[in-house]
Design a protein around this ligand. Structure first.
Ligand code: AMP
Length: 210
C-alpha cells in the first residue's frame, strides 16, 4: 500500500505514520528526518537545507523531490511506503505524479492551529535516531532518554514558538492547497485528530482499511 500523510506540522502525522507503518509493515519515509540526518552528517544537501529549516520555511522543491526520487528506488519500498511530510507543495505533488507512482490513499490529519501550538511546545525528539516523544502525550520510559536507542531527547530548533507560527503560516499557504488537489482524485480521507493519540490511531487505521 502506498500512502501519503498530510497535515499541519505538529498535527501528529509522524506519530500516526509510525503506527500505520508497524501495522502494515511498510517503511515511513519522512523528508524532515532525511534532511535532519543529512544536516547531522554535514552533507552538502544538509548545509543547503539548514537555513530554510531553521527559519520554518520549506526547503526548495528540487532538493526534496531529488531526495524522494532516490529514496523510493530502495528495495524496502517495493511493497509500499508511507510518505510523511512529502509532498508539501503542488509542484512536489505533480513531480510525484510524473514519477508514475500510484498512491492508494491520502490521509489528512486535521488539528486546529491553537491545539498544535500547544502540542508542539511539548514535543521532543531523539538527537540520535529521530524518534519522536511528547512531554504529556507520549512520554519516554526514562525522562529525557530515547526508549529505542537511549539517545538524548531534545527540542527541535524549529519547534520553538516563533518558528512554529511561521511553519503554520507556510502550511496554510503552500501545503493546504494539496487537500483540494487530492480531493479530486477521490482518495483523500480526513481524520480528525483526537485528544488521545490512541483514539486518532484507531481512526487512522480504520481510514487505511476502508
Ligand atoms: P518535518 O519534520 O516534516 O516537520 O520537516 C521539518 C522541516 O524540513 C520543514 O519545516 C522544512 O523546512 C523541511 N521539509 C521537510 N519536508 C519537506 C518538503 N516536502 N518540502 C520542503 N521542505 C521540507
Amino acid at each position: 500500500m502506498k500512502l501519503i500523510f498530510l497535515g499541519a506540522p505538529g498535527a501528529g502525522k509522524g506519530t500516526q505514520a509510525e503506527k500505520v507503518s508497524e501495522y502494515l509493515n511498510i517503511p515511513t519515509i519522512s523528508t524532515g528526518n532525511i534532511i535532519r540526518e543529512a544536516l547531522k552528517n554535514g552533507t552538502e544537501m544538509g548545509k543547503k537545507a539548514k537555513s530554510y529549516m531553521d527559519a520554518g520555511a520549506l526547503v526548495p522543491d528540487d532538493v526534496v523531490i531529488g531526495i524522494i526520487q532516490e529514496r523510493l528506488t530502495q528495495p524496502d519500498c517495493e511493497n509500499g511506503f508511507i510518505l510523511d511530510g512529502f509532498p508539501r507543495t503542488i509542484p512536489q505533488a505533480e513531480a510525484l505524479d510524473r514519477m508514475g507512482i500510484h498512491i492508494d490513499r491520502i490521509i489528512d490529519i486535521e488539528v486546529p492551529d491553537d491545539t498544535i501550538a500547544q502540542r508542539v511546545s511539548g514535543r521532543r525528539v531523539c538527537a540520535a535516531c529521530g524518534s519522536s516523544y511528547h512531554l504529556d502525550y507520549k512520554k519516554p520510559q526514562v525522562e529525557g532518554v530515547c526508549d529505542r536507542c537511549q539517545g538524548a531527547l531534545v527540542q527541535r530548533k524549529d519547534d520553538q514558538p516563533e518558528t512554529v507560527k511561521e511553519r503554520l503560516a507556510v502550511y496554510h499557504e503552500q501545503t493546504e492547497p494539496l487537500k483540494d488537489y487530492y480531493a479530486k482524485s477521490g482518495k483523500l480521507v480526513i481524520v480528525e485528530g483526537q485528544e488521545r493519540v490512541e483514539d486518532t490511531t484507531a481512526l487512522t487505521i480504520a481510514a487505511v482499511k476502508e
